[in-house]
Each structure stands twice: as structure tokens, then as C-alpha cells.
Write a protein that binds this ligand. Sequence first.
Ligand SMILES: Cc1ncc(COP(=O)(O)O)c(C=O)c1O
Length: 290
Amino acid sequence: MARVAYVNGRFVPHARAVIHIEDRGYQLADGVYEVWSVFDGRLADAAGHFRRLARSLGELRIAAPMSDRALKILLAEVVRRNRVTDGLVYLQVTRGVASRDHAFPDPPVAPGIVISAKNVDHAAAQARAAKGVAVVTQPETRWARCDIKTVALLPNVLAKQAAREAGAAEAWFVDDLGLITEGASSNAWIVDRDGALRTRDIQANILRGVTRHALFSIAAANGLTLEERPFTVEEAKSAREAFITGAGTLVMPVVRVDGQALGDGSPGPVAKRLRELYIEAARRPDAPES
Ligand SMILES: Cc1ncc(COP(=O)(O)O)c(C=O)c1O
């Protein structure tokens, strides 16, 4: 089946979906994005992603391309046209097309919008989760506004490539204090020696992960202690467990940090259970769109 994308007001074949050469997202990384996971054809944690999109756009003073209501209908339509059952939807909004100049176009131009969707191989992802993944640490080289989900991802690209070349699935950024901030495309977590879940606080320079936030209520409902508190590379290496969260990875157990096995080198029970609980919640027909 041919894939379909939505580009600036039109549904077009994915293979022929194009934007203008002076789209500011392309020339200046002047744009934001969101990724929703899809379960049984429905967006997971929809409202959380909409809230973050509005915040990212607001922080960059990019106009919303349409109301959330209209956007929701469009996202659902892209999911439907691509027959996505379990997968991902990608949305990108840029400041629009204008003659190249760093400052904002004056008068403003209409924002650019692109939506695409694809199925993911859920069985393959489950198999990956059953084995767990490796992460490697990388120096934090990003700008000071990682709370904004911009398409300016070059440090993340380089870190992810370094991970790939080291045989790892994710890179964890380490700041000047030796503390892990987050992954190149996920939030970082450990289960510390006291059994508490730990992930970096949002006062730090990290993306406020929607999956991360969804786990807070799941953890509370299951009697787990959760602390938004930084951890060092050494603490990660000696942790009981580690995992990453994101719309792409959901909850993915980490079994090696910089080549060092955690515990017996297999996924920990807490990470495994949280993955199950997250997927169960996302698949529930009455799942709240928080
Ligand atoms: C840098 C970074 N941190 C964290 C996340 C996880 O965010 P979410 O759970 O909202 O997908 C992502 C996801 O793309 C990311 O790129």
C-alpha cells in the first residue's frame, strides 16, 4: 500500500511529498515537531503531546497552523490513510517559507506543516525489549533550550551515530557535573540501589517527555517510589536497573552502560513491568488522553 503524507494543506503520495527550498525548517531548523505512538489506530498520550506542541510553538513564537481540534482530525486521517494500527505519527511545524534571513519574516508567513505516519513492527520491538539495549555516554553539547522540541537535532544526531558505531541503541548525554541529562531521543531512568525510580528533574535542560510523565501515574498506582533527581554515570552503572522512555521506544530496558553490564546483563523486572503496564494503558479503549 502506498504511503500518504499531509503537506501544507494536501494529502500527497509519501514518495513525492516535498517542501519549498526556502522553508525555514529546512534552511534554519526554525521549526518544531511532535511524535505520537499509535496503538490500535489511536494516538497514545494525545493531550500531553498537544500541550507540549503548543508550548514549543509559543516559546519560538511560531503561529499554530490550526486549532488542536482540526489538527487531531488531520492526524487521525493520516493514520487512517496509511492504515497504521501500531506505529508512529510525525508532525512538523515550521515558521514557513520566506526569503532567507535569520530574523523572522515580516510580515509573518503561514507556518509550514507536514504529517506522516508509519506502522512499526511491534513484535520486533517486543523482542528488542526482551533482550534490552545498550547505551553509551556522550558529552552534553546541546543548546540551553532542550525543553523545546525543535528540529535542530544535530548534537542528537551525532550522539546517536556515536552510539550506533559503539554497538549501542542510545546515547546518554552527560553534563559538566557528570550527571546524565537524557538520551538523544529518549529520557533516561534508573532503578537505584534503594529500589527507587530516578529520572532527571524538568528544571534541568531536558525535554519534558510525555512518556516520562505518563509513567509517573503508572509508578504511583503500582506503589513505586519515584524521584526526579539526577544520577551520575557511576550510579547508572551500579544501578539495579535502567531504562529509557519515549514515544518511539515506549519503555525500553537498558542492560549495558558504556559496555558495563547492569546486574546480570538482562532486563530488570521493574523496567519489564513498566513496559507492560504502559502498553496495557495505551491499548485500553478508554485510555485517558493525558
Ligand atoms: C531528546 C529527547 N528526550 C526525550 C524524548 C522522549 O519524549 P516523549 O516521551 O515525549 O516521546 C525524546 C523523544 O523524541 C527526545 O527526542
